[in-house]
Design a protein around this ligand. Structure first.
Ligand code: ADP
Ligand code: MG
Length: 305
């Protein structure tokens, strides 16, 4: 089957009206609104490395979009469109139907259009999505402006996806397969959060990127970590390991002044938030349990381990 019939059959759909030219020409065209900046990111998913080989095609389609929308959310950007670079070992129609359905389900939920891509044959299944979003000029929330005294907050629960990976068939596998990008929350944090990151490689490691970029430290309250009931039943060390070192949660971790946190809570939020600690002058990440310092070694996901 030719590349073009795959594209026509599975990936060519009407784009939103704000896409000037979608799939079918050499490039796509989008017209930015006057005061907006373009926010762009890309993520590669390799079969067997970024998702288990038995993951359904539908979940792979969903996740390949969701992980990118999560990166846009972590800047405060409004998602607009994606490009899809797909390398397929074979043309499997059942797989392509499930994959494209999952991809479009995620696109539809967040108002995103697929505007282009590339399709090729290769021994390994890899999916590379590039996402485009908009933000008002100068409003993007980066990793480098956390302030001493800020609260450290996280959305939803952490450790779910890592637990789901270890326990196939458990309800939390859903959180691994179908992560929810926190697109609304990300945009609501514009003008309020001082720094932000999405949790893809483990909370401790990802928060560490904020601390390094902002040249500050943090004290985390271990008993405040928002974890699932299934994790609460584990030994504390194990639960903390999932919560702090488990990847693939795609929650937002942000820093915010106490005054701005009050303002945030006056808005309607679609996900629970938890204050898990505070930014400190002293660099490095330290942990507190029951009011006492609690030494803990955590390592997040290593891409080249
Ligand atoms: P070119 O050879 O000029 O790079 P292609 O023949 O690769 O163009 O692609 C034809 C059109 O289909 C382009 O608009 C391209 O963006 C789009 N396209 C190719 N593969 C995909 C895909 N997997 N998903 C969405 N659009 C795709
Ligand atoms: Mg091509």
């Amino acid at each position: 089957m030719a590349e073009f019939s795959i594209i026509d059959q599975y990936f060519k759909r009407a784009s939103k009206s704000d896409v000037s030219l979608g799939i079918g020409d050499d490039s796509a065209i989008v017209t930015p609104a006057p005061s907006q900046q373009l926010v762009i990111c890309t993520d590669i998913l390799v079969a067997g490395r970024h998702f288990p080989l038995d993951t359904t095609a539908h979940a792979i389609g969903w996740k390949s979009v969701a992980v990118n929308l999560s990166d846009l959310a972590a800047m405060g950007a409004k998602p607009h469109s994606i490009l899809l670079a797909l390398s397929l070992p074979t043309v499997d129609h059942g797989w392509l139907a499930g994959f494209s359905q999952g991809l479009f389900d995620c696109c539809d939920q967040f108002g995103v259009s697929l505007i282009g891509g590339d399709t090729t044959q290769n021994s390994q299944l890899t999916i590379t999505v590039t996402a485009l979003g908009w933000i008002e000029h100068g409003q993007a929330i980066t990793r480098s402006s956390a302030q001493v005294g800020d609260y450290i907050c996280v959305s939803g629960q952490v450790g779910d996806a890592a637990f789901g990976l270890k326990h196939p068939g458990h309800a939390l596998q859903q959180r691994l397969d179908y992560p929810t990008p926190r697109c609304n929350l990300g945009q609501q944090l514009k003008g309020l959060a001082s720094s932000m990151i999405d949790v893809s490689d483990g909370l401790a490691q990802d928060l560490g990127h904020i601390l390094k970029a902002s040249n500050v430290g943090a004290k985390l309250q271990l008993d405040q970590l928002p974890i699932d009931e299934s994790l609460k039943k584990l030994e504390k060390q194990q639960a903390w390991h999932y919560a702090l070192a488990g990847g693939d949660d795609y929650e937002l971790c942000f820093t915010i002044s106490p005054q701005n946190f009050e303002k945030l809570l006056r808005q309607q939020l679609d996900v629970p938030l938890t204050i898990i600690g505070k930014i400190t002058q002293q660099t490095g990440l330290s942990f507190v349990y029951m009011g006492e310092n609690h030494p803990l070694a955590v390592q997040g996901y290593q891409h080249f381990a």
